[in-house]
Ligand binder design. Sequence first.
Ligand SMILES: [Zn+2]
Length: 123
Amino acid sequence: MKHDTEFFKVKLDEELKTLEEELKTVGRINPSNPADWEAVPSNVDIDSADENELADKIEFYEDNSAILKQLEIQYNNVKKALAKISDGKYGICEVCGEAIEKARLEANPSAKTCKEDSLAKKN
Ligand SMILES: [Zn+2]
């Protein structure tokens, strides 16, 4: 079974762009490693900040780190899926090597496994 990779490539490109925008709101690209994102450090002036303000900033930074981690995972998944399109291996389950269901790819174009294997993993 051959998937309509052009259709999914467009969807994945869009998702990648959206994820990049979201990543920029909570982080920035690591200057020493362009493949890595880091959460934006709080730029509060520690000497002049009162205790409450400081606590807020730290909480904000921790939230950003958690969100960033999730976004980064998804971002890398999408990049991997795009690489598979170039390699002609898109839409193939990483566990059993069968074609991933079309409906599943439509719901999640960066899916790595077929429905059966994704369920098997959870249980
Ligand atoms: Zn499978």
